[in-house]
Design a protein around this ligand. Structure first.
Ligand code: FES
Length: 502
């Protein structure tokens, strides 16, 4: 089954306009691998139908495949345009990112906004990655972007270890580190752009919120995980140790519940779920695995135990969707072929590839209904030295059952069936790479693929939209949103066990 992985380590430089950024990538790197980290959205999930990821080729060469050309023709783009979702880097390039010249995207539509004076900064404070965008409030254009790994990673990569470190006396240090990291990202942008910043809006999960705000996280460690201090929190920059001026204030947006943070509130706004008549779901497969279902009248949400496996935790060769992670597997002539993020040597597999691997092995009858390896071995070689163990498969089953069960119980709470859900949006780091056929076939989301959409970083999109809204809209969402404790449902065990089957 093993197939040789093509990998060429030649490097190219990409200059990005209008930001003036320069990045180095390996030869053959798909542009989606590097651009989504800057907050660039791929609204149709890379199908080539929306045209929103288009880039203008100012210098260099991007080869166009037949399908890429067909999509360019269908979208009636002139010859200098390419679609980032179909492009690979095979030479030094200078690109103009059209999305930074246009308005904020929400869903596949443009976000309606009232122009304001000055500039704003939207920050997605992720457990793993921090992204900050400087936005011109008169035009809603992105003027600059900074990204950084969350420096709290030294206290552990997941939320539990961060909460533990905080309880072990590191709380004040962790607060100081994250405030100063975000302050330095903003400072870098303000050095390049001498502009007046009106406001900074931050979103993140509840633990990140409490740590940034300097609040006690101990309630997140003890059942029933009830915590205060999750509402709007306003700061003057000096309180955060920031030496630059912000005209209005710095605001951390409110969490919905103890493990459903303002990143999900932002996701609700980004998907427009709270305004739709039809029931819509949002699934964020980040560190926590949060699920929301709702419409303009009622919204329910929950956190599940699905996140860690899809972030690579507990998977023997698991890793996050970063350079060196296998992002997808395909079956070509009965052989598995792999895509590696950043077109480099594979170091492990990320969540999307874990889903593909299980789907393909099941399709090939190498694993059975209960996830058992039918040969009796304790692992299966996938490609190169990358392998999947029996335990990895079982971890996947737990994670996929957690998502399927979450959807089912939340639908029950609304007294609707899953088929009443018109659209499911998938957010999260590896969402761009996910194979929708496989998640549907494996029963993780029991809906046809036409109803499932990838939406990238909904937290950042929502944070940007918050810059143009008053607090009434998020407050009205909070009022109609109910947080559900999935494990408290009397049918939880039965539904969960049934959803473990492949
Ligand atoms: S055309 Fe829609 S993401 Fe590229």
């Amino acid at each position: 089954m093993a197939k040789k992985i093509h990998s060429c380590m030649k490097k190219h430089t990409i200059h990005l306009h209008p930001l003036g950024k320069k990045i180095q990538v390996n030869d053959q790197t798909p542009l989606i691998d590097v651009l989504h980290e800057l907050g660039i959205e791929f609204p149709c999930g890379g199908k080539g139908t929306c045209g929103k990821c288009r880039i203008r080729l100012l210098d260099g060469e991007i080869e166009i495949t037949d399908i890429h050309q067909r999509r360019i023709d269908q979208l009636e783009l002139t010859p200098e345009w390419r679609l980032a979702c179909f492009s690979k880097c095979t030479a030094d390039l200078t690109l103009e990112i059209e999305q930074f010249n246009t308005l904020i995207l929400a869903d596949e539509s443009l976000f309606d906004f009232v122009p304001q004076k000055g500039f704003g900064i939207a920050v997605d404070l992720g457990t793993t990655t921090l992204v900050a965008q400087l936005i011109d409030l008169s035009s809603a254009k992105v003027v600059d972007v900074e990204t950084m790994l969350n420096p709290q990673a030294k206290y552990g990569s997941d939320l539990i270890s961060r909460i533990q470190a905080s309880l072990d006396g590191k709380a004040a240090e962790m607060t100081q580190i994250i405030r100063s990291a975000i302050g330095s990202m903003i400072e870098m942008m303000l050095k390049k752009h001498k502009v007046d910043v009106q406001k900074v809006i931050l979103v993140g999960n509840s633990a990140m919120q409490l740590i940034f705000c300097g609040c006690d996280v101990s309630s997140l460690a003890i059942y029933p995980f009830l915590t205060d201090n999750l509402g709007f929190t306003h700061f003057h920059p000096a309180q955060l140790g920031w030496k630059f001026n912000i005209k209005e204030n710095v605001t951390f947006y409110p969490s919905i519940g103890s493990f459903v943070g303002s990143d999900i509130l932002a996701g609700i706004v980004a998907t427009g779920l709270h305004d739709k008549e039809q029931y819509t779901a949002l699934i964020d497969l980040g560190t926590n695995g949060e699920i929301v279902i709702g419409n303009s009248e009622r919204i329910v949400c929950a956190s599940t135990a699905a996140g860690p496996a899809f972030e690579g935790a507990n998977i023997s060769m698991g890793m996050r969707a970063v350079t060196g992670a296998i992002s997808s597997f395909n079956l070509v002539d009965n052989e598995m072929s792999a895509q590696v993020i950043g077109n480099t040597f594979p170091r492990g597999i990320c969540g999307s590839a874990l889903i593909d691997a299980v789907a393909i092995l099941h399709q090939l009858n190498l694993i059975g209904l209960f996830g058992e390896i039918l040969s009796g071995d304790d692992h299966i070689h996938l490609i190169g030295s990358v392998r999947l163990t029996q335990k990895d498969i079982n971890e996947f089953q737990l994670a996929k059952a957690a998502v399927a069960t979450g959807l089912e119980i939340l639908a029950n709470h609304l007294s609707i069936s899953l088929s009443d859900i018109g659209q499911v949006y998938i957010a999260g780091g590896f969402g761009n790479y996910i194979n929708l056929e496989n998640i549907s076939a494996l029963g993780m989301i029991k809906l046809p693929t036409e109803r499932i959409f990838k939406m990238g970083n909904t937290a950042l999109i929502g944070a940007k939209m918050f810059l143009f809204m008053n607090e009434k809209i998020p407050n009205s969402i909070l009022v109609k949103t109910k947080h559900v404790n999935l494990e408290g449902d009397p049918n939880f065990q039965d539904i969960y066990v049934e959803n473990m089957l492949l």
